[in-house]
Structure formats: structure tokens, C-alpha cells
Design a protein around this ligand. Structure first.
Ligand SMILES: Cc1cc2nc3c(=O)[nH]c(=O)nc-3n(C[C@H](O)[C@H](O)[C@H](O)COP(=O)(O)O)c2cc1C
Length: 376
């Protein structure tokens, strides 16, 4: 079974759409499909001029001599069409829109009634129907941003010549290439599963759709803080009206996931990455670090709603406070110092919920280099 995937991201092979598309195609290939990807950014596709020459003077042939006629041949040969596009202003990218407009030579001008509405029949009825899959990702964290895009494709595929196989719509897709990408494996596994199902079963099954509709980060507010911290890290300051927020800890600054564990700041930020929501349940807690010594600082971890975020600053009401020399906590997070033993030797001090400290081994042992071993 031949799949033609169209990647409409201007970022092409470096984009977030590509990450999902490749997982989907991996699954499809494992189920026996042959798949090819066309990167629209590498093609020349002019805008449709609306002249209808392809319907009148030169039936099936466009006035433009660019890369599109060859792509139409590949569309004709495929059994499954995968439209992979970033969400741009609630719809497809401009590259994808030009591609879709230029599919019009494949259709005939007449309108005929089929089922519940009128359609343009296809010029080559022998090569249809084809399955249609939509893959997209967007910058905002909430899935409802895709509603217009999905509706466009549901209308597009509502024809006897096309069969809707389902969509993979990933909200907050910028995380797919972020330092947090390792934690998004579950989403890409579901995208792989979707690819296999479309080949084997003709559609994405409800259980897989349910997983794929889950946002990458459950709490949009956490995602927003991370996104805004990212822009700030590039030197883009928020507008003055939003510069001061966070009633609970006004001075706090979100820490981005670290690339390595060189400082105690990295060590605390790394704990948020190593956090395991399945161990936290409905835990709500604030773990404050008061770091002394060569690298003094104040950091805290905020745990709520199955999420953990790291901040620089002081929280007004911590559940647990850890007072530690920088090198001791860094050593614990790197796995070089035994946390329980260090506490008993008085190398760091704790105040507050000691039971929480005892859970560190399980709470912070996710897929990251660090393992926090404080448990006895
Ligand atoms: C011109 C433009 C318009 C965008 N419009 C939206 C939008 O309406 N909603 C949204 O959530 N993200 C929007 N985004 C963000 C992209 O969807 C997001 O960056 C996505 O991860 C890009 O995917 P890619 O890396 O495959 O290109 C827009 C980005 C650009 C550049």
C-alpha cells in the first residue's frame, strides 16, 4: 500500500510536524506500507490563478509549469494521502494551501449529486477512493485551536472519492523538539500506532485517538510559563502589563530544563524533568531549596496536577525546605552522594514534610540522567 505524505511546514525536515509525521510513517511502514514524503518547502508551487484553464482549454493541465504536475502524478499513484501541516492562523500553512488549491486539475468542472451533497467528480475515477489523514501541531497548548483545521479536512474528505482515516493533532507541539522531548515518547508511540492502524484497519482506532487527543502537558498554564520563559531567554521581554504575575511568588522565574548537570540550579531544574507524574497522584507540594556555599541561590519545585515545574526564587509557603551546600545537592542529583546518608550525617538540613523527602526516589526517577536517591 503506497502512502504519499505531504509536509507543508516551512521548517520542513527540522519542524515539529516532521517529528509526528516520521513516527506515523514508521508505524505505517511496520504494517507493510511504502511511504514517501514530499517537502513542499523544497518545491516550487505557484498560486492557483483561478483561471480554470485546467478545466477548459487544457483539461487536467495547469497553466503553471512548476513542480506540481509531477506531484499530481504521485497523488494519483498513492492509496493514502497524509497531509502534514503546522497550524498557521487556525488552518493549514500557506505552502499546504497552495498545494491543495493546485489539486484542482484532478477534478472535473461539473457538479453532480453524490449522497447528501454536490461534488466535482474526479477526472480519473479508476484511481479513487483514497484515504486521507491529517497531521498537525500547534504552538498553543489547547487542542481546540485545531477545530477550524479539522473541519476543513472533514469537508475536504466528505466525498465518495476520499475516505477519512483520522487525524493526529498535537497541541503544544513546540515541546516535540524541546529539551523535554524525551518525555513525549508516549505521544509518538501513539502516532506510530495510528500509522499502523491506518494501514491495517483503514482508520485510527478510538483508543489511539483518545491518547492522541491528550495535550502534551496537562496544565496549559505550566506550558505558557515555559513558553514565555523561552522567549525571555531569547531576550524578548513580556509587555509591561504582564511583566509582573504570580501572586504566590512574585519574584519567581521558571527554570528551563537543563542540558547538563553542571550547577545546583541545573540539578533543581533537572528534578522537574525527572519527575514522574504516575508516582505523584494528586500530590500538591512546594519543595524549597536554600542553597549555600559557593553557588548560593533560592529555588523551588512546584508540584500540582501531575506536573512539576522548577523556579528560581522563594515560595511563601513551602511544604518542605532543604538547606544544602550546592555541592551536596548536586552530588545527590548526579548519583555521586547517597542522599539518605548525607542527611543523617547532617550535610544538609530539612524542615517540613519529611515524608515527602522520603518519596524523592520514586518521584524523581524519570528518564533523565539524574536519579534522586534520598530514600532509605
Ligand atoms: C505564521 C504562523 C502562524 C501560526 N499560527 C498559529 C495558530 O493559529 N495557532 C497556534 O497554536 N500556533 C500557531 N503557530 C505556531 C505553529 O503552529 C508552531 O510553531 C508549530 O510547532 C510549527 O510547526 P513546524 O515546526 O512543523 O513548522 C503559528 C506559527 C506561525 C509562524
Amino acid at each position: 500500500m503506497r502512502i504519499l505524505a505531504i509536509n507543508g511546514s516551512p521548517r520542513g525536515r527540522q519542524g515539529n510536524t516532521e517529528v509526528i509525521l516520521q513516527a506515523f510513517l514508521e508505524g505505517a511502514r511496520s504494517a507493510g506500507a511504502e511511504a514517501e514524503v514530499v517537502y513542499l518547502k523544497e518545491k516550487t508551487i505557484r498560486h492557483c490563478t483561478g483561471c480554470f484553464t485546467c478545466w477548459t482549454k487544457t483539461p487536467g493541465v495547469c497553466i503553471h509549469q512548476d513542480d506540481m504536475p509531477a506531484l499530481l502524478e504521485r497523488v494519483i499513484e498513492a492509496r493514502i494521502l497524509v497531509f502534514a501541516t503546522p497550524l498557521y492562523v487556525f488552518t493549514v500553512s500557506g505552502l499546504m494551501k497552495d498545494f491543495m488549491d493546485r489539486l484542482i486539475p484532478l477534478a472535473l468542472p461539473h457538479i453532480v449529486r453524490r449522497g447528501h451533497h454536490y461534488i466535482h467528480p474526479m477526472r480519473r475515477p479508476d484511481v479513487w477512493p483514497k484515504k486521507v489523514v491529517l497531521i498537525s501541531n500547534c504552538g498553543f497548548p489547547e487542542p481546540h485551536h485545531f477545530s477550524g483545521l479539522e473541519e476543513t479536512f472533514l469537508r475536504f474528505a466528505d466525498s465518495p472519492d476520499l475516505e477519512w482515516a483520522g487525524s493526529v493533532l498535537c497541541a503544544g507541539g513546540e515541546l516535540l523538539r524541546s529539551p523535554l522531548r524525551e518525555r513525549m515518547g508516549w505521544y509518538l508511540d501513539a502516532a506510530r500506532q495510528a500509522g499502523a492502524e491506518v494501514v491495517e484497519r483503514g482508520e485510527i482506532l478510538p483508543e489511539t485517538r483518545a491518547v492522541l487527543s491528550r495535550p502534551l502537558i496537562a496544565d496549559p498554564a505550566v506550558y505558557a510559563r515555559m513558553a514565555n520563559a523561552y522567549w525571555r531567554s531569547l531576550g524578548v521581554e513580556p509587555p509591561p502589563s504582564q511583566a509582573t504575575t504570580r501572586s504566590d511568588a512574585p519574584q519567581a522565574r521558571l527554570l528551563l530544563p537543563p542540558r547538563s548537570l553542571d550547577t545546583v540550579r541545573d540539578a533543581v531544574a533537572g528534578m522537574a524533568v525527572a519527575f514522574r507524574p504516575e508516582e505523584a497522584g494528586d500530590l500538591k507540594a512546594v519543595i524549597q531549596f536554600e542553597v549555600e556555599g559557593e553557588e548560593p541561590g533560592r529555588y523551588y519545585l512546584l508540584i500540582a496536577d501531575g506536573q512539576c515545574a522548577a523556579y528560581e526564587g522563594e515560595h511563601p509557603a513551602p511544604t518542605l525546605t532543604i538547606r544544602t551546600p550546592a555541592e551536596v545537592w548536586l552530588g545527590i542529583v548526579r548519583g555521586e552522594v547517597n542522599g539518605a546518608q548525607a542527611m543523617m550525617e547532617g550535610r544538609y538540613a530539612v524542615e517540613g514534610d519529611l515524608g515527602l523527602l522520603m518519596r524523592f526516589g520514586r518521584l524523581f526517577s524519570g528518564r533523565h540522567r539524574n536519579r534522586i536517591e534520598v530514600e532509605e
